[in-house]
Design a protein around this ligand. Structure first.
Ligand code: TRP
Length: 334
């Protein structure tokens, strides 16, 4: 029997190259070997965006379309919407007794996010809601509602997985062996640098190329990408190793001989403007099949809805079975 993979993504924006080369390509590999549940975590997105429901709503289909466009197969992956599985909310309430407030406040992921909020809002964390502090509990419910065994996540999520495992152990020790302890596996094995040379491409860092960026936007972004600042004139020799244009050539350019680009750059035989133009073309070629698929799904919203309905139905069945086990163990199976 195939093991169950469960992972979630917050519908708060479109995917960019960092998502594609990090998590996305790993999901594509894994979809063949596991029973795959992919949660569009709208409820979790609302913990940070409760005052912006339009944004979350819009991004549920945007995110689903992005994931389909990069090559996740709806025959293999069950895409589902978190809020359509009320069992998750129910489990969250039950689990909330099994974790202390102090433990949540000590969770490194939560701690970092609280620090970021303090920096943004500067009010000593008074804006921290109960829902935000408790989202690791809700995430434990996301995972265990489906008996998720393998959980592909980014490094920043490891403390949340540890929190989930603790809740599972606590539950099992009080109510009897019921829940499976999930294993995290790192999904963003390849980190993609930003246009500004930052080690990480990120939406909030403003240094990302999104999979659905128009050619016009891509042109502007590549024109502004960081290059070797010591190169002033077209025929100055430069160092490609610190140039983002060369970095992205390596990532997406399938046609050009990268060694040639490197050699020419080092010798001062390659101007940055020309190099950027070539990269734009390569980037557009690289993104074209993804954009074609996106266009297809944009023109057929009924197919996207059908995919979400089908996956959600499968997820719901699994969660209902699990809920029965949980209620029985907790002696609330009236
Ligand atoms: N917290 C995750 C993130 O921000 C998203 C997520 C929600 C998730 N539910 C999950 C990840 C369950 C793994 C398992 O990336």
């Amino acid at each position: 029997m195939k093991k169950t993979i469960l992972t979630g993504l917050r519908p708060t924006g479109n995917l960019h190259l960092g998502h594609l080369f990090g998590a996305g390509q790993n999901y594509i590999k894994m979809q063949n070997d596991y029973e795959f549940f992919l949660e569009i975590a709208d409820v979790q997105a609302l913990t940070d965006n409760f005052n912006n429901p339009e944004k979350v709503r819009k991004n549920v289909s945007e995110l689903t379309i992005d994931l389909l466009s990069i090559g996740l197969d709806p025959e293999k992956v069950n895409f589902f919407i978190q809020s359509k599985i009320p069992e998750i909310a129910e489990l969250t309430v039950f689990y909330s007794n099994l974790v202390t407030v102090a433990r949540l406040e000590r969770n490194p992921t939560v701690k970092t996010e609280i620090a970021q909020k303090k920096e943004l809002f500067g009010n000593n964390g008074e804006s921290i809601t109960y829902g935000f502090l408790g989202y690791p509990v809700s995430q434990a419910a996301d995972i265990t509602a489906f008996n998720g065994e393998v959980i592909p996540v980014g490094e920043d999520q490891l403390p949340l997985l540890e929190q989930c495992r603790e809740i599972v152990r606590k539950f099992n020790s009080i109510y009897g062996e019921t829940l499976k302890e999930p294993q995290a596996i790192l999904s963003d094995t390849k980190r993609v640098k930003g246009l500004d040379g930052n080690d990480k491409m990120g939406k909030s860092l403003g240094n990302a190329i999104f999979l659905n960026d128009s050619e016009e936007v891509i042109k502007k972004k590549i024109m502004g990408a960081v290059t070797d600042s010591n190169k002033i004139k077209k025929d100055d020799p430069a160092n490609p190793d610190i140039c983002m244009v060369y970095y992205y050539h390596n990532l997406v350019n399938k046609n050009e001989n990268k060694e040639k680009i490197c050699r020419e750059c080092k010798k001062g035989e390659r101007g940055c403007v020309q190099c950027k133009k070539e990269l734009m073309e390569a980037m557009n070629n690289f993104l074209q099949p993804i954009k074609e698929k996106r266009k297809y799904y944009e023109e057929h919203p009924e197919i996207v809805k059908e995919i979400l309905d089908k996956g959600t139905k499968k997820a719901k069945e699994k969660a209902e079975t699990q809920m029965k086990n949980v209620k029985k163990a907790m002696k609330i199976d009236y």
